[in-house]
Design a protein around this ligand. Sequence first.
Ligand code: IPE
Ligand code: IPE
Ligand code: MG
Length: 250
Amino acid sequence: MHRSAQTALEPSADGPQHIAIIMDGNGRWAKARGLPRVMGHRAGVQAVRNCVRALGDARVPCATLYSFSSENWKRPASEVSDLMGLLKEYIKADLAELHHNGVEVRIIGTRHGLDPEIIQLIEATETTTRGNPNLKLTIAFNYGGQNEIVEASRRIAMDVLAGRLDPQALSVPLFARYLATDGLPDPDLVIRTSGEKRLSNFLLWQTAYAELVFVDKFWPDFSAADLSDAISEFKRRTRRFGGLNAAREG
Ligand code: IPE
Ligand code: IPE
Ligand code: MG
């Protein structure tokens, strides 16, 4: 579905406001078909395209996709280079459509260590799409949650040293402003494909009260129907945030 970047769409009121997805299982998807791992990653990019369109159609206001972790450098150099190449290809091929559909793209994670062409593409993507009114799409690339918290702490310490911040003023919301996700609501729904049940260093701070949904499919097989099932599952959950749910238990 195509829509103009100029028209803002109403978000769905009872659905998740921010879905964060751990796109896992590309390698096993390929292995199950006797293909090299890179073919799984290629199929994974197609699943990203379908998923981003489905997120827009479902009027989800924010989404974050985990596409390369700070620990993924431990993989063979050829796989790392395939994954870097695919990010470049994805941006080059899809930027125009994303912009046309009013998607605002932000890339979080460490830029240090990335090749200059990727950094330039990331910056161009963010500049082009800044302020677009529909889906806020964050791509976590070369991202690690622990490192993000350390970086935030370092910047807080520097502000304190420079006299710009009173340590007594530090609070949970103020700390969050130093994170890469500043300005986004915390994810209320985290989806992980492939059957693994862990966070793997994804959005550790931000997922404090997220609902977790684990899907027993490899990422390349994740469809719009699977997204819709996960959203339905989210709507059935009782969220308490440590208190009581007034409607159901009050
Ligand atoms: C997810 O698929 C993509 C990345 C982590 C980059 P994997 O490559 O982790 O696939 P599996 O988990 O080995 O099947
Ligand atoms: C998490 O998947 C990272 C991404 C999906 C980008 P991994 O495949 O790297 O996670 P582990 O190693 O199984 O925990
Ligand atoms: Mg994996």
